[in-house]
Design a protein around this ligand. Structure first.
Ligand code: DGL
Length: 263
């Protein structure tokens, strides 16, 4: 069977929450993961900066490792970068967008929350999603960069600062009928258990990871020609990382063999 080579891209480790669903569904593909640590966090970066960085990095990796598909495993980037990427690549480009529609459907109280980065919560793309699929709901929006940093630290082996987390989520603590939250940043599924501790009233956490993996599988199944690249599953980043060895060990548990800094 032909294997596909798929790049997962994020500013940090959050994209792993999407990658892990794809890996479960299609364990045999070649997976490359790139985190733009020189640009992290994307939360408050301008749209122009995010578009430029994402295009440059994806093109660079594709030159050395011809790709069959790219997953932008980052909501903040996906809200702005999908059209320009699709203009420049002929391979499937899969984006990550907050699961507003299923959240609005599953909520009993019709009072839902969008937890995302500061950029994502104010993008026109998200306004459209809410207008289209959740007009019958009260939709709270909470944009946070701190939460992204907390999740990033957790994956890098540091402990989660529950007090800081609680503080960040405090605007929602007293909303008793908030029963459903869209995890609108790929970092947040990685700290879902901790978010649940801070917001015990929440019954449903909506994470688009599995739906994205299914979409990727559908698109890859339709490919007639594949890159036929035989590469190890590996990680790229955009500047040196502090505890490289420690991070490589952590990423080995996710199935990756080594980190390379893109030059
Ligand atoms: N993981 C990214 C997202 O889904 C963004 C995190 C950041 O760099 O702010 O939005």
């Amino acid at each position: 069977m032909n294997k596909s080579t798929v790049l997962f891209f994020d500013s940090g480790m959050g994209g792993l929450s999407v990658y892990q669903e794809a890996k479960k569904l299609m364990p045999d593909n070649h997976y490359l993961y790139c985190f733009d640590n020189a640009g992290f966090p994307y939360s408050e970066k301008s749209e122009e900066t995010i578009i430029q960085r994402t295009l440059y990095i994806c093109k660079k990796i594709n030159q050395d490792y011809p790709l069959d598909a790219i997953v932008i495993a980052c909501n903040t980037a996906s809200t702005v970068v999908l059209p320009p990427l699709r203009e420049q690549f002929s391979i499937p480009i899969v984006g990550t967008v907050p699961a507003i529609k299923p959240a609005a459907e599953i909520s009993q109280t019709k009072h839902i929350g969008l937890l995302a980065t500061k950029g994502t919560v104010k993008r026109p793309y998200v306004n459209d999603l809410i207008h289209k699929f959740a007009a019958h709901c009260i939709v709270e929006r909470l944009g946070s960069t701190k939460l992204v940093e907390i999740a990033e630290h957790k994956i890098q082996g540091k402990s989660v600062d529950l007090i800081a987390l609680k503080n960040e989520l405090s605007p929602w603590a007293s909303i008793e009928n908030l029963d459903t939250i869209c995890l609108g940043c790929t970092h947040f599924p990685l700290i879902k258990d901790e978010i649940q501790i801070c917001l015990p009233q929440v019954k449903n956490f909506m994470d688009p990871g599995f739906a994205i993996a299914k979409r990727l599988q559908f698109l890859l199944d339709k490919l007639e020609v594949r890159s036929k690249l035989e590469v190890k599953n590996q990680v790229f980043c955009t500047q040196d990382v502090e505890n490289k060895h420690q991070l490589e060990q952590a990423l080995a548990l996710w199935g990756f063999d080594g980190i390379t800094v893109l030059k």
